[in-house]
Design a protein around this ligand. Structure first.
Ligand SMILES: [Fe+2]
Length: 193
């Protein structure tokens, strides 16, 4: 397509209450697709049998080229696998050195981040707070609320791409669990070097 050809502006809607769109369909990730990612395998398998919905998000079909901005909302539901909070699969970007911004619209949680060199960071999500994930950092949203969905709006460079496989096989170095009624970041017993 010529770069000078007219292109229509795109209008989308997202609910601040549910994170969902009336006009677009989200992609859903259920426990059966990620049971192996949680530390408590037995608890994960029980929830996988019920095929609990863990999170959903939007792929708006933005062209995957530099200059474009991919965006959407992500909704991670409340729940725990054993004592580990519900979370997204998490990923690196295929073009490693591309960043992403997540803005928290509703709920409570954490963004867990780590780079290939092993630097680990996490930042709290509360409504009105944005977390800028630097390039080179894998990222995963974790819902630490007992009863509210964690809803974020995200945007990243169109050409970034997604690498889910590295995290699927290795995990993150840290996980977030409930300890004495509060979230705690601990070493992931399943993390593979
Ligand atoms: Fe991302």
């Amino acid at each position: 397509m010529s770069t000078t050809a007219p292109r229509p502006a795109v209008v989308t809607d997202f609910s601040l209450v549910t994170g969902l769109s009336r006009t677009r369909k989200p992609l859903q990730r259920r426990m059966s697709a990620m049971a192996g990612m949680y530390a408590d395998q037995r608890a994960a398998e029980r929830l996988a049998e019920e095929d609990v919905l863990v999170y959903e998000f939007f792929d708006m079909g933005v062209p995957q080229s530099s200059g474009e901005v991919a965006y959407g909302t992500s909704i991670t539901y409340p729940g725990k696998v054993g004592d580990e909070y519900f979370m997204t699969k998490g990923h690196f970007h295929s073009v490693l050195d591309t960043a992403e911004i997540y803005y928290c619209l509703r709920g409570r949680g954490l963004m867990m981040m780590e780079n290939p060199e092993g630097d680990v960071q996490w930042q709290e999500f509360t409504p009105g707070q944005g977390v800028y994930v630097p390039g080179r950092y894998a990222h995963r949203s974790i819902n630490t609320s007992p009863d509210e969905p964690l809803i974020t709006f995200f945007a990243f460079p169109g050409h970034a791409g997604h690498d889910y496989g590295t995290i699927e096989s290795k995990g993150f170095r840290k996980i977030v669990v409930e300890r004495d009624g509060a979230p705690a970041v601990v070493d992931n017993p399943k993390w593979a070097r």
